[in-house]
Design a protein around this ligand. Structure first.
Ligand SMILES: [Zn+2]
Length: 374
């Protein structure tokens, strides 16, 4: 199931876009309770642990668009989580049990009014006047289907792929559709039950996802959203806007600047590589040294690559799945990202795709047609 990028509605409001970027260190504690899986595919499954890519704009957009179709009009009968974490005590997200209990009272009996996206956040607007914000972070993805809750599911044979931690007193298991039994779909840490018997479940292998509830009237002014950069696919986001945003970090390296959510929303490791490959710009180029003609190419390729990502239903190089548990297909169309050692697919180019380390990430690029401006 694909959702076209064209005609999509975004919720970007330029009035709340910050004038200056606020750089926030992304220090995330490693959760010691990494679950294990019982699956014949266990080796390949854990191989992904070392190659996770965060969902980016096209993946989050796909999720929000599909959920809008699937859950609008549904009334919440219950919510459940096992996210409780001492790192989040006193914070406004469901990893704090006190916050979760208060949130539960506010959302039960409310109906889903709409589902949309801002940056990498899925926003589920409720009739109660609140909006449920879900940031999927590294490995989270939202799934819609029928689930059962209890503690008695046991792994009976290799074909049963239910994932259970030894310490769990409760857990959830997908009943239908069958694809939800994919091991990547079974790290369930947050479940919404609807009155019609269906569920919205958050599978989150590394437990980094954020779920919170915000008054809808103050949603875009909240700490969770107010520092987020403009939406790159917004029709009103012009080349002049793009150039002005990049100029905020004029001494930065272009790949890192493109990936900075406070400069432009939604672009991460995969799509920055693909945008720069298409524009012929080396990822280590200094922003201020990139000529105007190349900046214009980058602006066009940014819009095209992100729209293509949405048209292919996102990218499942890592563990992203859409709300029906299905893979996206953008990863079949990579030109540079994780194509290291392959001949550059650009027509007439004789280069090879190379990989270099940039901070904790890798950049993939063509050594021939992507020019380094320094
Ligand atoms: Zn090339």
């Amino acid at each position: 199931m694909y959702f076209s990028s064209r005609g999509a509605s975004f919720v970007y409001n330029p009035r709340i876009t910050p004038k200056r970027p606020i750089l926030v260190a992304s220090v995330v504690p490693t959760d010691p309770c990494l679950p294990y899986a019982s699956s014949p595919n266990i080796a390949s499954f854990f191989a992904f642990l070392h190659h996770t890519s965060m969902p980016e704009l096209p993946e989050v957009h796909t999720t929000a668009s599909m959920l809008h179709t699937l859950i609008v009009g549904h009334t919440i009968s219950d919510i459940w989580t096992d996210y409780a974490s001492p790192y989040h005590r006193g914070k406004d997200n469901i990893k704090d049990p006190t916050f979760f209990r208060a949130m539960k009272k506010l959302v039960i009996q409310s109906t889903v009014v709409s589902v949309h996206r801002r940056a990498k956040n899925v926003l589920i607007e409720l009739s109660s006047g609140h909006t449920l914000l879900v940031h999927m972070k590294m490995t989270g993805h939202l799934l819609y289907g029928t689930y059962q809750r209890n503690a008695k599911f046991k792994v009976q044979n290799a074909k049963v792929t239910h994932v259970k931690k030894p310490s769990d007193s409760e857990s959830w298991r997908a009943v239908a559709p069958e694809i939800l039994k994919d091991p990547f779909n079974q790290f369930l840490h947050f479940v919404i039950s609807f009155e019609n018997g269906k569920h919205l479940a958050l599978s989150d292998m590394r437990k980094f996802a954020k779920v919170t509830l915000i008054n809808t009237k103050t949603l875009y002014a909240s700490e969770h959203l107010k520092h987020t950069g403009p939406e790159p696919l917004e029709k009103t986001f012009s080349f002049a806007d793009f150039a002005a945003r990049l100029a905020i970090a004029s001494r930065g390296k272009i790949k890192q600047v493109l990936m900075d959510p406070y400069i432009i929303a939604g672009i991460g490791n995969i799509y920055s590589d693909e945008i720069l490959w298409a524009a012929g710009v080396h990822p280590l180029s200094t922003v201020s040294k990139i000529p105007l003609s190349s900046l214009k190419k980058m602006f066009r390729s940014m819009k095209e690559v992100l729209a293509k990502g949405i048209d292919f239903g996102g990218d499942s190089t890592s563990d992203y799945r859409n709300p029906l548990g299905e893979h996206g297909k953008f990863h079949y169309h990579h030109k540079a990202y994780r194509e290291t050692g392959k001949k550059c697919p650009k027509k007439g180019c004789t280069g090879t795709i190379s990989k270099i380390k940039m901070n904790s990430r890798h950049a993939h690029f063509c050594s021939k047609h992507q020019t380094l401006y320094n």
